[in-house]
Ligand binder design. Structure first.
Ligand SMILES: [Zn+2]
Length: 345
């Protein structure tokens, strides 16, 4: 494994910049949030398209000034995952030693670790069990791939855990499926909250905590959580347009799951009403959460920064504007950067 050591000059600069902040070379914690080289570093980025190979994908992210990147390692709606060549992985690792980035992938939407909405896994239905084994094989591959990119940042594979009409049974089956995943060193699986649409599970912190409770002890260091703000809004338990709503959400998350498990924030505004149980992302400041005021968004940025949570925007690109060469998701990055700078004054 590559490991960057600070030269004396670099160490001196670091000491000069951060007198009272303990800053050192990145600590390679096994399956834990990484202590970044500069702890004040801006950690936001975007979901971007995967460009057939990893290196050009990371290079494109670098050109856009992203410090966090997420992409699909293959098809959105199929378990088929891309097999990266050793050459591509080595070149990407080398690239990451020069440009630190948090690298996340999003597992396919078709994964349902509960089995299917009609039939529960691990109850003797061989066809369903075979299907779930395919999902697990896809996750094994994706986790192994992403773990090799965990040098200087947070990393992991984000998954929508699954759906089933009876929550208790569904959550149990999901935990059982996760227990069969082969977690290699540095691999992290991040369970994402849902908007509560249909039979989707992991719709609140209690359900996520129930899944985690069912996971074997030795696997737990490989389990984290990805929170999606548009999904929280869709579910309707917390009003993220207010500072109180943000604080209440983080307090509850901490007591039910523990903030140390929060790795990634999918930062999205929402097109729909609070509590509508629908998952529709909107550009920052254009939706039902933050169009009136961005004060609570600034507050959220500050709060999650304390916990070294990476940020990934999954906001839409407006087609008409795209035709004029304007990428609205990139404009969101600029908005975010400005909001963050305001919190620093
Ligand atoms: Zn999301």
């Amino acid at each position: 494994m590559l490991n960057h050591k600070l030269s004396e000059v670099e160490q001196e600069i670091v000491n000069m910049l951060f007198d009272d902040v303990e800053v050192s070379q990145p600590v390679k914690e096994s399956t834990g949030k990484k202590q970044m080289l500069f702890t004040m570093q801006w950690e936001a980025g975007l979901h971007i398209p995967f460009d057939k190979q990893l290196l050009p994908t990371l290079q494109a992210a670098c050109e856009k000034g992203l410090y966090t990147v997420q992409f699909f390692l293959g098809q959105k709606f199929s378990y088929k995952r891309t097999q990266l060549s050793d050459k591509d992985i080595q070149a990407s690792q080398e690239f990451l030693t020069h440009y630190n980035m948090n690298v996340f992938t999003h597992a396919p939407y078709t994964i349902n670790l509960a089995g299917s909405v009609d039939s529960l896994a691990w109850q003797g239905n061989t066809a369903i069990d075979t299907k779930v084994r395919q999902m697990i094989a896809a996750l094994n591959h994706e986790l192994r791939t992403v773990a090799q990119l965990s040098y200087y940042g947070n990393s992991g594979v984000v998954v929508h855990p699954g759906a089933f009409p009876k929550p208790e049974e569904g959550l149990q089956a999901i935990a059982h499926s996760i227990n069969q995943i082969e977690f290699c060193e540095d691999s992290m699986l991040l369970l994402e909250n849902s908007a509560g649409e249909g039979n989707s599970l992991a719709r609140d912190f209690e359900q996520i905590a129930t899944i985690i409770e069912g996971i074997d002890e030795e696997i737990l260091p490989h389990i984290g959580v990805c929170l999606d703000t548009a999904h929280i809004h869709g579910m309707g338990q917390y009003d993220l347009s207010t500072i109180e709503g943000i604080d209440q959400m983080l307090t509850d998350f901490d007591s039910m799951i523990g903030l140390e498990r929060l790795y990634l924030l999918h930062l999205n505004d929402s097109k729909v009403e609070l509590g509508s149980r629908v998952d529709r992302h909107e550009n920052l400041g254009e939706g039902r959460i933050w169009s009136e005021s961005q004060e609570s968004l600034r507050h959220l940025l500050q709060r999650i920064h304390e916990h070294r949570v990476s940020i990934c925007l999954e906001t839409p690109n407006n087609k008409e504007l795209a035709a004029q060469g304007i990428q609205t998701s990139l404009m969101d990055m600029v908005k975010l950067q400005r909001l963050w700078e305001e919190t620093q004054n």
